[in-house]
Design a binder for this molecule. Sequence first.
Ligand code: NOJ
Length: 767
Amino acid sequence: MRKTFIPILLVVILGSAMLFSSFKTGDKKDKTEQRVEDLLSKMTLEEKAGQLNFVVGDLFNTGPTVRTSESDKFNEAIRKGEITGIFNIHGAAYTGKLQKLAVEESRLGIPLLIGADVIHGFKTVFPIPLGEAASWDLTAIEKSARVAAKESAASGINLTFAPMADVARDARWGRTAEGAGEDPYLVSLITAARVKGFQGNSLSDPLTIAACVKHFVAYGAAEAGRDYNTVDMSEYELRNTYLPPFKAALDAGSATLMTAFNELNGVPATAHTKVMRQILRDEWGFNGLVISDWQNIWEMTSHGYAQDNAHAGELALKAGTDLDMMAEIYLKELPQLVKSGKVEQKYLDDAVRRVLWLKFKLGLFDNPYLYSNTKTEKKQVRSKEHLQAAFEVAQRSIVLLKNENTLLPLSASKKQKIAVIGPLGNNKEDMNGTWSFFGEAQHPVSFLEGIKKYAKGTEITYAEGCELYSDSRAKFDEAVAAAKKADIVVMAIGESAVMNGEGASRANISLPGVQLDLVKAIHATGKPIIALVSSGRALELTWLDENIPTILATWSLGSEAGNAAASVLFGEYNPSGKLPVSFPRSVGQLPLYYNHKNTGRVYEGDHSEPGSERVYKSRYRDVPNTALYPFGYGLSYTTFKYDNLKLSTDKLAPAGQLQVSIDVTNTGKYAGEEVIQLYTRDLVGSITRPVKELKKFQKLTFTPGEKKTVMFTLTPEDLAFWRADLTYGTEPGDFKVFVGPNSRDVQEVSFTLLKDGSVKYESSIKN
Ligand code: NOJ
C-alpha cells in the first residue's frame, strides 16, 4: 500500500558555504564587495569581457598543456586586459612574471587566476581519486588534497579544477577514475573532504587553492559510458543521485563550480537555466563563480542548441555560466551583445563581480605574488612529509579481492624466489595515473623497486611478458621461463594511465592487449600467482577470479606505488580498502550499481538454474545479475565476525532517532582495519526506492581477538529523499537496516518510521 505523504518545509541551509561564499547582492556590502563595486565601475565593456576569458597555457590544444617557461604569447593579451587567467601552467617564477605583467602593465592592474587540473596530488602524486575513494578514509583523503594544495599553491597556482563530484556507474566511462565511485553518499563525503583539503580555512592562505567542483551536472551518466555523450534522466534521479555530491561540495565551501560537457534532457549543461539558475543559484544560494568546461560554450553549436557563437554566448551567460574556458566567445561577442541589447548588462556585471570577488578573496589584490614564491616552492614540492602522506594513502587504497589459501602476506625474511611479471611490473610512468601532468615520469617507485626493497634476502627476477596493449606474444617465453624458476609469481597487469581519464572510454573492460593470455600462460606453469591489477575503473576479472588465488586492486597508486604495494604484500600494512564501485562479471551488465531498483520481476537466482519460472524475470541468460565483487567489498589478512545486530527501537518517531548496534570481532591473527557499513531500504515509496542505500560507515582498527560493539545513530533526516511531488523529506512506513562488511554480505533488521516526520533539507553528508 502507498504511504501518505508528509509535506515538509524545504529549508535551504547554506551551511559552511557561507565561510567562503561569494559576494552578496543587495545594498549592504562588506569591504570586499565594496572593492569589487569600485573596480567594476571603472571597467569598460571590453575589460569586463576580458575578465571572463580563461585560456590554457598553450592555445588551441585539444587538452591540457603544462607550461613552465616564459613566452610572449600571452603578454599582449594580458596587457590589454583580455585574459582573466591562464590554466595548466605552473612555477613560482613563471607565474610571478605573468602576475607582474598583469598588475603593472594592464590599465586596471587586475591580477590573474592561475588554474590547473590538480586532481590527485601535484609533484607528489597520490593515488587516482577512485583509488583514494577505496580507502574510505576521509581524513587521509582530505590530507591528500591538502598536500596537493600546498605544493601547487607554492608553484603559483591559485585554483584547481577539482574535485570531480560525478557519480559514476558505468565502468566504460573513462572518467570513473577521477571520481569517488557509484554511491551518492560516499561520493558526497569524499568530495566535501577534498574541498576542505584544497581550501583549508582561508582562501587567502598562500598554501591553499580555490576548489572547483565539477562537472555540473550528470556528466557521469553519459549514455553507454561514452565520454561527452547525451544524458536524459528524470528529475528524481538527478536530485536523489547526481546532485547531492555537488551540494555537499558547496556546503563544504567550494568557491567555484564547472559546467559539464553533456546535454541534460535536451539542453547543454552550460546553458541549462533550470539546473544553474533554479537549483544552483536560487535553491542552494550559490553565488560563487561558475566556469564552463573546455570550449563548452562553442560546442553548443555542435549540440544543435545555438545557431552561432554569439547565440551560444548569450545562452550560456544568461543561464549562469560566468567564465568562458577556451572558447573566447565571451571576449569576442559579449561587448556587442550588450551594446545591441540582446544581453542585459547585469548578466555581464554579475559574472565579472564573481571573478573579481574570487581574486580579492584569494588575496591577489593585496599581494599578487602570494602564490609565486620560489623559496616556498622549493620547500613544499615533493617534501619528505608529502611523500610519506602519499605512501600512507596508497597503502589504504589497495583492495584485497581474493586471498585463497592465504598466500598473502608473504614473508620478507623467507628464502624464496619471486618472479615479478607483467607490463606494469617495472613501470614508473603509469603509476602516476591519469591527470598527473605535474608528476614526473621518472619519480614513482615501481612495483619491482618496492618489492626488492621489502624482500630482503629473497631472489627477485623480472620479465615484462608483454606490452600494455600490443598483440605481440614474443616475450611470453621469457616470462614463462622466469615463472618456472620462481616459487611465487607477482603479476603486475592492468591499464596504462592513458587508458582512463578524459576521452578514455572503453567498450571492453577486460585486461588490455594480450595480458590475459600472458596470465594464462603463467598460470599453466602451476606456480602460485599474486595478481596486482591496476586500473582506473572496475575491470572484468571473471577469469582471474576463477583461476588466480590472490588478487589485489591497485588502481594507479602514484609516487609511492611500489612501496605501498610491497608493504601490503609483505604484511607491513594489512589491506583495508573497500571497493567504491561494483566490479561486473561482464561488460554487458553495465551500468551496474548496488543501489539499483528492485523491478517488478526480481530475479535473485543463478542464471543457469533450470525451470520456466526464471524466464520472464529481470535477468540475463548468460550471466548472473550480481557483481563479481560488490560495492563496499574488500578483504583483510585477518577475518571479522559480525553478530548481534540490534536496534534501540523498532519505531522511529518523527523527531526521534534510533541506535543501531552490532558486534564486530577480529577473529584472525592479525591486527586490521574494517569498514563497517550500514545500509537502509525504504520498502514502499511515492517513487520506488533503491534496494539498498549506504547511510553510514565507520573505519575502525581491531587487534587480534578484539571485539567492539559498533554504534550508529539513524534519524529521519537520513531517510529523506526527493519524493513524487518533488519535495524533499521522509515518508512513514517500513524500513530495513543492513549492516556488514560490504553491500552484499549483510545482516538485517527492520523498523517503522512513524507518521509526521519532517526534516529540513540539508546536505546528506553527515557520517
Ligand atoms: C576538460 C575537462 O573536462 C575538465 O575536467 C578539465 O578541468 C578541463 N578540461 C581543463 O583541463
